[in-house]
Design a protein around this ligand. Sequence first.
Ligand code: AMP
Ligand code: FE
Ligand code: FE
Ligand code: ZN
Length: 287
Amino acid sequence: MRIDLHTHSTASDGTDSPAELIANAAAAGLDAVAITDHDTTSGWAEARAALPAGLRLVRGAELSCRSPDGRGGYCTVHLLAYLFDPDAEAVVADHARARAQRRRRLATMAGRMAEDGFPVDADELLAELPEDSTAGRPHIAMALVKAGVVSTVDEAFERFLNDRGRYYVPSSRTPVESSIETINSAGGVTVLAHAFAHHRGPTVTAEVIKELAGLGMAGVEVDHPDHDAEARARLRALAEDLDLIMTGSSDYHGTNKVLRLGQETTAPEMLDAIAARATGVEIVTAS
Ligand code: AMP
Ligand code: FE
Ligand code: FE
Ligand code: ZN
């Protein structure tokens, strides 16, 4: 059984369309795949329609949240949300607010770069992005690649787009406590994504994870490409201690990142545990 529960499509900052993502998941020999675009469920229908026999689809999303960091301040965390009702009022409102703010933010970042002479046009970038898909820094990065300013998306992040750079604007972040509540109320299940990916920026302490678990967060992503062996060991111990679901996933973004589908995987009993807790929508199999 090969299960990958964290992937992105063109509904946010991946490069595969939802249908291509499903085809690539099947080609990679996966038995189950989750589509977890940032702040949108707009890829769900196309992914479902493309589903071949033998591949199960877990519908989800990845939410950017603001969390206490456990050191007296705050930091960004990403929350994976699975099998929630996409039509729940609070879900629809949260997603719409996040996407609108991300568009304004992309325009601000691109505008600052254009002022400095970079060949990026905010209006052009946004015109190419459907309203129900989610704008992210990788869209600016791809424009810089296309214009020949950098040769890879990674290089664009290293030189211009990382959160220490002069063009960086933070994206909107819902309080993590509120996102957990919204997803739980919509029958979904929440898993903290890449919690100890230290090179991405500040991370939360174990104490914070314990508090979030107390608020109804169901699991933690243990195996993730951005986790070193120590991060995985600490998360695994914490999950065992707190009786949390443990997942492993690639965080595939198509050609925007050098990651393979199924590079990290989730144990079948962990997906069973997610499905058992969810009451929003079901895991889809091809009919
Ligand atoms: P944003 O959500 O707009 O803040 O952009 C963050 C997204 O950019 C993450 O979800 C990743 O998909 C992507 N990302 C972050 N760092 C890098 C990097 N070094 N190379 C490629 N993509 C990255
Ligand atoms: Fe992303
Ligand atoms: Fe993430
Ligand atoms: Zn992701």
